[in-house]
Design a protein around this ligand. Structure first.
Ligand SMILES: Nc1ncnc2c1ncn2[C@@H]1O[C@H](COP(=O)(O)OP(=O)(O)OP(=O)(O)O)[C@@H](O)[C@H]1O
Ligand SMILES: O=P(O)(O)OC[C@H]1O[C@](O)(CO)[C@@H](O)[C@@H]1O
Length: 356
């Protein structure tokens, strides 16, 4: 197989997204989208990688020793067709993949808006969030201890059920023509989970023409992840829990997920026959693999598919600057290291919540 990589300059370790360069020139697409020189590389994902390297995070701010950052490695750009979907009976299922606090829910809320406003006939997009289903079906407060993995663990099995129930709602809405694009918002961290979700989709596919795509949202930048976790510690799982306790607990949750997370591989994509898109650090890097879509009736020219691709490629210029400004202001004023004394999670019953 031939692998391609496009890069602007040699990749640095960790993220290179610069807050100041971005917000100093928020409208200057030219300075943010330089020419790339293609080069052939070996890559496990068999993907076209595009890396945008002209922004660098000024400082790495980390106060949890166990935090790790992965080496940045990717590349990319794609052009969309101007034509938009009109009246086709194809439905879409977008399966998210990504660790907790990587930004999945935020990104797909923006994707929903992008798709809704970007289609002439206002295609109907809905997000189905497994965390919300969990909170409604299992109203006990879920501290990090809840997030076990494996078929022998009660909570692990429960989470599989919540994910299946969430997908069932999505598929029901596609089948009943209530929506055109359903997005499954869950971490979908293991190969077994992804395989089982696809089987569930295939079970309804004979009656409904459903195209499925994996969209991964990654956050490998420590400062971004620290900020995201601070925000997650204010969500419905942590009502009335002190900030330090909540942040530490969410870190623990992330670590549990990290230790069980099975990255999407080229082999897996070949076996699932699914197209794959991954956005890393709010668009600093994009990885994609559309190889396997060719073996199916999937059309790479499909206007919805092209819109999703253009959303991902435009993300760093259209959406990232606002986020990076918020990040900068967080570290300038709000950020405080966690207290070092261990604090127990107050396990009280949680309020049922319907939002993240
Ligand atoms: N791209 C982004 N733009 C703006 N804010 C973001 C972005 N990514 C993350 N955040 C911030 O980080 C917080 C956590 O992100 P988000 O809830 O989207 O993560 P998640 O991957 O869906 O987490 P989980 O799997 O735990 O539900 C958000 O509430 C938001 O404040
Ligand atoms: O079952 P999965 O794929 O881990 O995803 C659902 C879980 O992801 C989370 O959003 C992780 O933070 C939880 O709220 C939710 O229960």
């Amino acid at each position: 197989m031939t692998f391609f990589r496009r890069s602007l300059q040699s990749s640095k370790s960790n993220s290179t997204t610069s807050i100041s360069s971005l917000y100093a020139t928020p409208n200057s697409v030219d300075t943010l989208t330089p020419e790339f020189v293609p080069e052939v590389i070996d890559d496990e994902l068999n993907s076209l990688h595009f890396k945008f390297t002209n922004f660098a995070l000024d400082d790495e701010v980390v106060d949890i020793a166990s935090e790790t950052a992965t080496e940045a490695s990717g590349v990319a750009t794609m052009k969309t067709s101007p034509s938009l979907r009109t009246g086709s009976d194809v439905k879409w299922c977008v399966l998210l993949v990504g660790l907790p606090a990587s930004g999945k829910s935020t990104v797909v809320r923006q994707l929903k808006q992008y798709l809704t406003t970007g289609t002439k006939q206002k295609c109907r997009v809905e997000i189905y969030n497994a965390g919300n289903v969990r909170r409604s079906q299992h109203p006990k407060r879920a501290d990090s201890g809840f997030f076990e993995f494996g078929s022998t663990s009660t909570n692990g099995r429960l989470r599989e059920t919540f994910a299946r129930d969430t997908l069932a709602m999505l598929l029901g809405d596609l089948q009943n023509d209530h929506v055109d694009i359903g997005i499954l918002d869950a971490t979908n961290s293991t190969r077994e989970r992804r395989k089982s979700l696809l089987e569930q989709i295939h079970a309804v596919s004979p009656s409904t023409n459903i195209q499925t795509l994996i969209l991964e949202v990654q956050c490998t930048n420590k400062s971004m992840r620290r900020f995201n976790i601070e925000r997650k510690a204010q969500n419905a799982d942590y009502i009335h829990i002190p900030r330090d306790v909540a942040v530490k607990d969410f870190f623990n949750r992330v670590q549990v997920y990290e230790s069980h997370f099975e990255p999407v591989s080229a082999q897996e994509l070949a076996s699932l026959k699914l197209p794959y898109l991954s956005m890393i650090n709010v668009g600093e890097e994009i990885i994609y693999n559309f190889e396997n879509a060719k073996q199916t009736d999937f059309s790479l020219e499909d206007p919805i598919f092209l819109l999703i691709c253009s959303f991902v490629t435009e993300y760093r210029t259209q959406y990232a600057p606002t986020y990076l400004m918020t990040l900068k202001s967080f570290y300038a004023s709000e950020y405080a290291p966690l207290v070092s004394t261990p604090l127990a999670f107050a396990a009280t019953s949680a309020e049922t919540a319907s939002t993240q």
